[in-house]
Design a protein around this ligand. Structure first.
Ligand SMILES: *[C@@H]1O[C@H](CO)[C@@H](O)[C@H](O)[C@H]1NC(C)=O
Ligand SMILES: *[C@@H]1O[C@H](CO)[C@@H](O)[C@H](O)[C@H]1NC(C)=O
Ligand SMILES: *[C@@H]1O[C@H](CO)[C@@H](O)[C@H](O)[C@H]1NC(C)=O
Ligand SMILES: *[C@@H]1O[C@H](CO)[C@@H](O)[C@H](O)[C@H]1NC(C)=O
Ligand SMILES: *[C@@H]1O[C@H](CO)[C@@H](O)[C@H](O)[C@H]1NC(C)=O
Ligand SMILES: *[C@@H]1O[C@H](CO)[C@@H](O)[C@H](O)[C@H]1NC(C)=O
Ligand SMILES: *[C@@H]1O[C@H](CO)[C@@H](O)[C@H](O)[C@H]1NC(C)=O
Ligand SMILES: *[C@@H]1O[C@H](CO)[C@@H](O)[C@H](O)[C@H]1NC(C)=O
Ligand SMILES: *[C@@H]1O[C@H](CO)[C@@H](O)[C@H](O)[C@H]1NC(C)=O
Ligand SMILES: *[C@@H]1O[C@H](CO)[C@@H](O)[C@H](O)[C@H]1NC(C)=O
Length: 740
């Protein structure tokens, strides 16, 4: 009941509640004695000793400051260090608590400060993330210009419930560390980060601020506590001019670069119409690099339009900087054998103003040889109406189902008695034998509180099998579902004339905005609400790009195209590691007639959408000589006024060229795609609208394609808008904005 008590308390206190900050932030002051936790003056964050997170090592205090003019001496967090005297090759690892599938930044700071009395001129040791090399720490105190300080950051997706961050002795000095900071990145995209690729920060620059400002921007200005440095490893040419504003700039939801960073910028000096930045060092880390540029306009509102090109590569389409709003542009991975990089921002011919640059980030790539996958560890599977202590492993999936008493107040337990149709997979499914029902008046809500991690993406699925649990032999039942305070969908169950089985399933994909998500059943006067199962599945790094703090996806159709409905073969966990349901029956029709094809060959899922091989092994191609596939909805649904379509492809026919374009709702035709042989490929459209809630999509072979188009699976979602945009912060105070 703990969750419900929390829920009730939150509701009563409404916006007055202000939780005691920093949930999700872990700030470690290494070498601190046990119990010496303290709030840092600069940030207000609480720093804790490191004893709980590491074994071994010695505590020391810095004694010498090698350079006056730097911000270190004011920084209490750097006064103590933990050092690891050991032989070459030895590793010492911090174990940091993480949530599988969530994105994190880890930052390590090092201030030598002659803690060992040896007055070393230079020290080097390596860092690793798990078993993979991350970077080499290099510290110098030579001739007083260097201060023996450095900072290293890595961005990664957690593959387990802890992340090992290791210091490796490479025979060039004793490894030590001053601070270790763990910051969840919530919904920040950092699109290059995946299960097998992490980002090692090389440069994150607050362009246009003087290094003499000594003004590091971090938390609380940056809600994710990224460090925005004033000094940089990148040079500008031609000479640029620093400009700044006092006006507040609204950060983009996407990268949330803080206003104090965007308030400073550079423009070209003189009459130049371009800015060229290039690296002034060689760095092996940067053989593969990833550049992110951040823009915001704060000059007079004349038009400013420019293109971007990285490493003299393809010139982008033109961007316009929004006035007093952030805009971020990411390139792809780019390679250079020497580890050099550069980027050019050039005004278009029609731009009234020269280009601008407010901030940028450059990352190197860490490859994880053992791709890290996410397991069912964090699944929550609830068999509603089960008696307390009746948990059991499900035969079909091996997943453990638990009773629902901990997640809901009220309701009655019942058992189904009647199966309305023989030919369906329900009767074999123990999870559907019991239900919890909520006899109540019209307008009443009953909510399950599901435990979530703020900023993580989840799928929640509810199944309903009426099964005459109430002895009333109802022909039809309707009630609503809501996610938080927002309408999600209407449950509709029929048992009329034995064709319908009184079963249905509903899924929603959302980003958690608090440490629990309320999923509610709402009585609308058309029958008593009940539910058979509630399943919560973290989606880890699956993109589902349409999901944001203020937009969730309500599943309408997720179809394993090309399989016969008679197969009764629902694909789910363990085939799908995220336990999405891939249905064989569909609400979408194909025209012209299509032919089902299939293969026994294993198909490698894409890392992006991870559609399982058994789904991709079945597909349709057009019948006869047709060179296109047209799919269209056969129902009207208010939910689909705004809809989002995802198409999944994989080729398994003879290796001739297959190339096609995609268009959704007769909209813009995409650039041509080629299906990789025995590998998954997914294509997402944008949001598309139709006043009747109809949708369609066309896949058409290009003129040069040897083969007709193919389609292996698709997903269609409706949109749930959250009126109170949900944002993510270092504390829980926003959790209350939902107020039921
Ligand atoms: C230390 O890092 C360097 C590159 O920065 C690498 O060449 C070397 O192999 C690493 N040594 C160990 C023991 O990981
Ligand atoms: C302008 O900003 C750059 C860093 O972006 C800095 O190196 C330079 O000193 C600044 N110039 C002035 C005049 O402040
Ligand atoms: C800038 O352009 C103006 C007019 O086109 C010209 O008079 C001036 O000399 C130019 N200045 C420089 C520094 O190129
Ligand atoms: C930018 O990078 C490309 C590719 O590495 C290189 O050919 C070009 O010379 C670089 N330009 C500058 C200004 O550094
Ligand atoms: C129930 O859902 C329908 C749409 O599916 C909506 O029109 C109606 O307002 C909802 N009723 C309540 C009480 O949420
Ligand atoms: C969601 O929020 C972002 C920024 O806060 C906004 O640009 C977007 O329009 C919002 N979407 C909806 C559907 O309200
Ligand atoms: C082909 O697949 C569709 C579903 O994608 C199904 O409705 C149809 O019955 C299948 N046809 C055959 C001959 O199996
Ligand atoms: C990461 O994994 C995906 C598929 O598992 C693969 O396509 C991609 O090349 C991998 N990236 C690296 C750098 O190994
Ligand atoms: C398919 O094309 C072939 C050759 O172009 C033609 O002979 C045949 O009649 C066509 N079949 C159909 C069903 O259109
Ligand atoms: C597809 O959708 C568009 C836009 O809603 C509509 O104009 C067109 O008739 C539809 N086509 C089919 C085949 O349903």
């Amino acid at each position: 009941m703990a969750l419900l008590v929390l829920l009730a308390a939150v509701l009563v206190l409404e916006a007055a509640v202000r939780a005691d900050g920093q949930t999700g932030f872990l700030s470690i002051d290494c070498g601190l004695e046990a119990d010496d936790s303290y709030p840092d003056d600069l940030t207000g964050l609480t720093y804790v000793p490191d004893g709980r997170y590491i074994d071994g090592g010695e505590n020391h205090k810095v004694t010498t400051v090698y350079r006056n003019k730097w911000w270190g001496p004011d920084t209490r967090t750097l006064y103590t260090v933990r050092s690891f005297p050991s032989g070459e090759g030895q590793r010492n690892c911090y174990s940091l608590p993480t949530d599988i599938g969530s994105k994190y930044l880890v930052r390590l700071e090092f201030l030598y400060g002659n803690y060992d009395g040896l007055d070393s001129l230079s020290l080097k040791f390596n860092l690793s993330l798990g078993v993979n090399h991350w970077n080499t720490v290099s510290l110098d105190t030579i001739d007083g210009n260097d201060d023996g300080y450095n900072v290293y950051e890595v961005v990664f997706v957690a593959w387990a419930s802890w992340a090992p961050i290791c210091l490796v002795n490479i025979g060039q000095g004793t490894p030590f560390v001053s601070t270790v900071e763990l910051r969840p990145l919530g919904i920040l995209p950092y699109p290059a980060v995946m299960g097998n690729v992490s980002l090692s920060m090389y440069d994150r620059c607050n362009v246009g601020s003087s290094p003499d400002d000594d003004e590091l921007v971090r938390y609380p200005d940056d809600q994710y506590d990224r460090f925005w440095f004033t000094d940089a490893y990148t040079e500008a040419d031609p000479l640029s001019t620093n400009i700044s504003t006092q006006s507040t700039i609204q950060p983009s939801t996407e990268f949330a670069v803080p206003s104090p960073v965007l308030q400073k910028a550079v423009v070209p000096s003189g009459n130049s119409t371009k800015l060229v930045f290039f690296s002034d060092q060689l760095d092996a880390l940067l053989h593969d690099h990833f550049v992110i540029l951040h823009f915001a306009d704060f000059q007079n509102k004349k038009s400013r339009e420019f293109t971007v090109s990285i490493d003299n590569g393809v010139q982008s389409s033109p961007y316009s900087t929004p006035y007093l709003k952030g805009l971020s542009v990411t390139g792809g991975w780019s390679s250079n054998s020497e580890g050099k990089y550069n980027f050019t921002i050039a005004a278009t011919a029609t731009s009234a103003l020269p280009p601008i640059l407010n901030a940028y980030e450059v990352y190197g790539r860490i490859i994880h040889d053992n791709p890290t996958t996410f397991s069912q560890d964090c699944f929550l599977s609830i068999d509603c109406g089960l008696e307390a202590d009746d948990s059991y492993p499900d035969d079909l999936t091996g997943l453990t189902y638990v009773p629902d008493g901990r997640y809901i107040d009220g309701g009655e337990n019942h058992k189904v008695t009647t199966v309305y149709r023989n030919k369906w997979w329900g009767p074999d499914t123990r999870t559907l034998y019991t239900v919890r029902s909520f006899p109540s008046g019209e307008g009443q809500r009953n909510c399950y509180s599901l435990p979530t991690d703020i900023g993580s993406k989840y799928l929640v699925r509810l199944e309903f099998l009426y099964g005459n649990y109430d002895g009333l032999d109802s022909l039809s039942l309707k009630f609503n579902l809501s996610l938080g305070v927002n309408h999600w969908n209407t449950v509709s169950l029929d048992t009329i004339d034995g064709n319908d089985d009184g079963y249905n399933v509903y899924e929603v994909v959302f980003v958690a905005w608090a440490s629990w998500a309320p999923i509610c059943l709402v009585n609308i006067g058309q029958g008593t609400p009940f539910v058979s199962t509630v399943e919560l599945r973290p989606l880890g790094i699956l993109p589902y790009p349409a999901v944001m703090g203020n937009v969730s996806l309500s599943m309408y159709d997720r179809c394993n195209v090309g399989s016969s409905p008679d197969d009764d073969e629902l694909v789910r966990y363990p085939d799908d590691q995220y336990d999405r349901f891939w249905f064989t029956d569909a609400y979408t029709e194909a025209d012209p007639l299509s032919t089902n094809i299939s293969t026994q060959s294993t198909i490698q899922p894409s890392t992006e959408f991870a559609v399982p091989s058994p789904v991709l092994q079945k597909a349709v191609v057009p019948s006869g000589n047709s060179t296109k596939l047209v799919f269209f909805s056969d129902q009207l649904d208010a939910l689909l006024h705004d809809h989002f379509v995802i198409l999944h492809f994989a080729d398994f026919q003879n290796k001739k060229s297959r190339e096609f374009t995609v268009s959704i709702d007769n909209g813009v035709q995409s650039s041509p795609y080629s299906t990789p042989y025995l590998k998954g490929l997914s294509v997402t459209g944008g949001w598309s609208s139709n006043s009747e809630g109809k949708y369609n999509f066309t896949i058409a072979a290009t003129a040069t394609s040897a083969l007709p188009p193919i389609l292996n699976a698709y997903e269609v979602y409706g949109r749930i808008i959250h009126d109170n945009p949900t944002t993510f912060s270092q504390d829980c105070k926003l959790a209350v904005s939902i107020g039921l």
